[in-house]
Design a protein around this ligand. Structure first.
Ligand code: R5P
Length: 292
């Protein structure tokens, strides 16, 4: 006996674009973030964007460039799904205004450039909270008319307290205290949920200890950013811990392209994200790949 739910009424472009970004077997993704220039200028590893991207492209499930990076440094014939950076307007030359972002790419432009989705930074708890949530909601509403995937990023700008809790960067260079760690979980749980409730399809955030709680309280799938460059072992460890805690992948930049061997690193990250390898196993693979 059939019922009406046995029939597919409509093909979903949004779901199809999501499927392009995720590995069909693992349901996870390794996105390569190369959009840092939109506020950092020319950071280490991205001076020659084309040269950085070319060897890594075959190992990522999606690539996250800026509109300028895409137009100048990526070949139109490539087949990797594009996640376009859609907000900006800030620069490290004005650190006090790092959270002051506006929409920089129209949905029409995204469609023209064949993006499958886009990223919007939202600065929860900072002065531009309302403005940046509005960037997310207005772009998502319009982009969903065309089936594009919306990714909301929990960004913290130059806020000293959030930078300490969320990115683990203490001014004195010391370790985070238990209190700091609790604050990080509390903030990230709140920020991820807010972005999810405001309609982002995927949330991009930072890893913290106790990440299970962040995943559990978020309605949408989460991918992690890598943050500042860490030693290879450490980067593989937090990637492993994030996936184990329920993240569906990474949108990682500096810990790949600033690594001493970016190709070996992205391949090791893939082993963790797609093949359930432990950090230790992935480190062995990394060492093997560096010799190839
Ligand atoms: C900020 O510059 C962007 O959102 C980056 O794409 C994001 O921070 C991921 O890159 P990374 O792994 O270097 O933090």
């Amino acid at each position: 006996m059939k019922n009406v739910f046995d029939y597919q009424i409509e093909f979903s472009g949004l779901q199809n674009r999501m499927a392009q970004m995720f590995d069909p077997k693992s349901g996870h993704t390794v996105m390569l973030a190369v959009d840092h220039g939109y506020f950092q200028g020319a950071p280490a590893g991205l001076i020659n964007l084309r040269k950085t991207i070319e060897p890594l492209l075959q190992y990522c499930d999606a690539i996250s460039p800026t509109i300028g990076g895409l137009k100048t440094s990526i070949d139109s014939r490539m087949r990797t799904p594009i996640i376009l950076r859609a907000t900006g307007g800030n620069s490290m030359r004005k650190p006090e205004e790092l959270d002051d972002e506006i929409i920089t790419v129209s949905v029409e432009e995204m469609v023209k450039l064949n993006a499958v989705g886009f990223t919007v930074s939202c600065y929860i708890g900072l002065d531009s909270q309302t403005q940046t949530i509005q960037n997310l909601t207005s772009l998502t509403e319009e982009a969903h008319r065309f089936g594009l995937v919306s990714i909301g990023i929990t960004a913290v700008g130059a806020d000293p307290i959030l930078t300490k809790f969320v990115k683990g960067e203490r001014e004195d260079g010391g370790e985070l205290t238990q209190e700091d760690k609790k604050e990080a979980i509390k903030y990230l749980k709140h920020a991820c949920r807010v972005l999810s409730e405001n309609g982002a399809d995927i949330i991009k955030t930072y890893y913290c200890e106790g990440f299970e709680e962040v995943v559990e309280s978020c309605l949408s799938p989460i991918v992690i950013a890598g943050g500042t460059k860490r030693p290879t072992k450490e980067a593989l460890e937090f990637t492993y811990n994030a996936i184990k805690a329920g993240a569906v992948g990474v949108d990682m930049g500096r810990n790949i392209f600033q690594n001493e061997n970016p190709v070996a690193m992205i391949r090791a990250v893939r082993a963790v994200v797609h093949e359930n390898k432990t950090a230790e196993e992935a480190l062995h693979l990394y060492e093997k790949y560096t010799k190839e």
